[in-house]
Design a protein around this ligand. Structure first.
Ligand code: NZQ
Ligand code: ZN
Length: 393
């Protein structure tokens, strides 16, 4: 077990109807002017945006609003939001939506706090932010875990680069989570969200050492719970308890709890997906399931004990004749699970067929953005990244 620091300052308000308390909760934080940020229209159509605005009105919080955030949120929208937030004098950005809206809100928070700089410099690793305007969220999809994470992921549409950045400054002050709000999701988004939740846990699970028994038990319990409830939601999308299980898992899977004491994180599958997202604008969770089986088969021999443990304790497969065989059975079992919730397990199934040139471009971009190498299960370099894309075709 390695030393660790755990910081999860987001106040979580969870359950039916909790969005009605948004105004009062922001008042407790001393907030009186807010920029409400939202996506492509689902929150308008469902009436959620109106209810949240009414809740702010009820306690005298002034608000401006800006919609139009798209999945794989764009830096141009961040700049637009920052200008509006400054002009309005917003003290907090209130995200009403999913990971894309929350991430756009976090980026606006950085941009407003340091107006003398362009915000993309942060995602391009040219500078480290010193401040971030507070962010709060009313979550509408269980997936990215941005509601408690220190991460935000922004796409520069001019360069096709999708870049994540982690800093505790941006962790939401308040995460308002009503599982009922996720019942309106299309089945594909529910499944992609479940996949992302699994992947945040697996990215912390497949490491080279230091693993704590307690951390493993939490991670394995979370993985089993999400898989079980993803199947329930496939067959019964309105099931409240399953929605609730998955929503809470989304937060715990990415607030660092499932990796404490371990040797860092792997996050290669995420890096591979980010390049696909930047180049082809794919759905994040679906991009992850499309690359994970290839990544796993590429690295498992270098992280064999963890893959055997995963096969035995999470996927509960019958042991094979050798550890390698058991590990491969575990990988195949998760692949089968992805198929069972209609997630792609190859790039072709994802709907993209990159050329060799595009594969080399993505591998080079991933390697560059990660300082030349990435991974804990197995440290990978540019040529490895290209090889995994080819395997995933
Ligand atoms: O824009 P609207 O109309 O709201 O539609 C959204 C969007 O099309 C829809 N949706 C959301 N809630 C809904 C709903 N539709 C009906 N009813 C509802 N209640 O779902 C679609 C996807 O929304 P999005 O916010 O993009 O989903 P998600 O939460 O999966 O976020 C994905 C983004 O988060 C990043 C991803 O890379 C991607 O850009 N990530 C952020 C992380 C973080 N900040 O910690 C970590 C993750 O690994 C991830 O990289
Ligand atoms: Zn993710």
């Amino acid at each position: 077990m390695f030393n660790f620091e755990y910081y999860a300052p987001s106040r979580v308000i969870f359950g039916r109807g909790v969005e009605e308390r948004t105004g009062a909760l922001l008042r407790e934080l001393g907030i009186s002017r807010v920029l409400i940020h939202y996506g492509g229209g689902s929150a308008v159509k469902s009436g959620l945006l109106g209810r949240v605005a009414a809740s702010l009105d009820g306690v005298g919080i002034a608000h401006a609003s800006l919609g139009g955030v798209v999945p794989n949120p764009r830096v141009s929208k961040v700049r637009e939001g920052a200008q509006l937030a400054r002009e309005f004098g917003a003290q907090l950005i209130l995200a009403v939506g999913g990971g894309s809206v929350i991430d756009s809100s976090k980026a606006i928070g950085y941009a407003v706090a340091e107006p003398e700089h362009d915000v993309w410099e942060i995602y391009d690793r040219q500078r480290t932010p010193k401040a971030c305007l507070p962010v709060a969220c009313v979550l509408t999809i269980a997936a990215a875990g941005s509601e408690m994470s220190n991460s935000s992921v922004i796409t520069n549409e001019n360069t096709g680069e999708k870049r994540g950045y982690r800093n505790n400054l941006c962790r939401p002050r308040l995460a308002i989570m009503n599982p009922e709000l996720t019942a309106a999701l299309p089945p594909y988004q529910t499944a992609a969200g479940c996949t992302d939740i699994l992947m945040h846990t697996l990215e912390r699970y497949f490491t080279q050492g230091g693993n704590m028994e307690l951390t493993d038990q939490i991670a394995e319990g979370l993985l089993r719970t999400v898989m079980k409830n993803a199947i329930i939601l496939r067959d019964d999308p309105a099931n409240y308890n399953a929605r609730a299980e998955v929503m809470w898992a989304s937060s715990l899977s990415h607030n660092d709890l499932t990796g404490l004491g371990a040797d860092g994180m792997d996050f290669v599958s995420h890096g591979l997906e980010h390049e696909l997202g930047g180049m082809f604008d794919v759905t994040h969770g679906a991009g992850l399931s499309a690359v994970w089986p290839s990544w796993a088969r590429y690295v498992y021999k270098d992280c064999l004990p963890r893959f055997v443990k995963f096969a035995r304790d999470v996927m509960e497969v019958e042991p094979g004749a050798s550890d390698e065989e058991t590990a491969l059975k575990g990988i195949a079992a998760l692949e089968d699970f992805f198929c069972s919730i209609h997630m792609p397990v190859t790039l072709k199934e994802l709907g993209v067929e990159p050329t060799e040139d595009q594969i080399l471009t993505m591998a080079a971009s991933f390697a560059k953005s990660s300082g030349g190498k990435k991974g804990s299960a197995k440290v990978l370099y540019e040529a490895d990244m290209a090889a995994i894309y080819r395997m995933a075709l």
